[in-house]
Design a protein around this ligand. Structure first.
Ligand SMILES: Nc1ncnc2c1ncn2[C@@H]1O[C@H](COP(=O)(O)OP(=O)(O)O)[C@@H](O)[C@H]1O
Ligand SMILES: [Mg+2]
Length: 277
């Protein structure tokens, strides 16, 4: 089931943030969205997750139109996200931060749980198993009973992704997952995200860290001033002069693009040496 953007447009007043963007995202692949600040990357994520409405155009998951649906309906159709700025419940435990994902659909079953305690117990066991599985994928089990707010920043980033993962979403939207992470944490994140690739899952990652994008993504969309400037494989993106100019005009990111391949080779070499040594 593909996720499809059809002539998407988003205006904030007179500011056109997204201008006629069409794209197809396929299951089993990791899609990257890059572009300078203000290019419209987060707006695409926010419209897909239903946090923002679309001004015109459509978003479809398979043949179901999801633009225009309520946020909870979109979440219910298997689309999960993380935010550019971490949004955890700081005063709640790591486990509870994941358990809240079940509240909406468990509300309707509450009467059953009250009337039949064994049912409540088995539901709870099932929820816990799912939560533990997601936490294990990010090595967060040692923190399961800690308050989320007490975790180191890097762990909080991982926890947000674990939370997005707990319902086994068919579309996983990650908005700058590596923001604020150090080199080692970014390398760890890259490996953990790679492990989330699954035949049924569409992954979309908005990210500035070119090292991560180039190492992880199968396809990359380059956004510039609300328009889709280019799409292709990491190698195609790195070789495209239009993309290089877009970055050169606005930031130093081009240097990162250029050095990404080199860096990656160096890092892979280092890791290979660590493994063999
Ligand atoms: N909630 C909002 N209200 C008004 N303008 C917004 C809002 N969110 C984003 N924008 C504008 O839309 C454009 C794209 O922003 P954004 O999608 O956040 O870009 P990116 O994530 O690529 O940095 C920018 O011009 C930004 O100022
Ligand atoms: Mg953004």
């Amino acid at each position: 089931m593909n996720l499809v953007f059809e002539n998407l447009r988003k205006q904030y007043g007179s500011n056109v943030a997204i201008d006629d963007v069409s794209a197809v995202f396929e299951p089993g692949l990791i899609h990257g969205i890059i572009g300078p600040n203000g290019a419209g990357k987060s707006t695409l994520i926010n419209m897909t997750a239903g946090s923002y409405t679309v001004t015109s155009g459509r978003i479809l998951l398979g043949d179901r139109q999801i633009s225009g649906l309520k946020k909870y309906q979109i979440a219910g159709s298997g689309i999960a996200r993380t935010y550019q700025n971490i949004r955890l419940f700081d005063q709640m435990t790591v486990l509870d931060n994941l358990e809240v994902c079940y509240y909406a659909d468990d509300a309707g079953l509450a009467w059953k749980e009250v009337l039949w305690p064994p049912y409540a117990k088995s539901r709870e066991a099932e929820r816990h198993a799912q939560c533990r599985k997601a936490l294990a994928q990010f090595d967060l089990l040692p923190w399961i009973s800690e308050d989320a707010g007490s975790l180191p920043y890097g762990r909080q980033r991982m926890l947000e992704i674990a939370r997005a993962l707990v319902r086994d979403p068919s579309v996983l939207l990650l908005d700058e997952p590596a923001a604020g992470l150090n080199h080692a944490e970014t390398a760890e994140l890259t490996a953990r995200l790679r492990a989330l690739r699954a035949p049924h899952r569409i992954m979309i990652i908005v990210e500035h860290d070119m090292d991560l994008v180039m190492a992880l993504c199968d396809r990359i969309l380059v956004m510039h001033h609300g328009k889709l400037l280019f799409q292709g494989t990491p190698a195609e993106v790195q070789g495209n002069t239009e993309v290089q100019q877009a970055y050169l005009g606005t930031s130093n990111d081009i240097d990162e693009i250029k050095s990404a391949a080199q860096d990656r080779r160096a890092k892979l070499g280092l890791r290979a040496r660590q493994r063999s040594g």
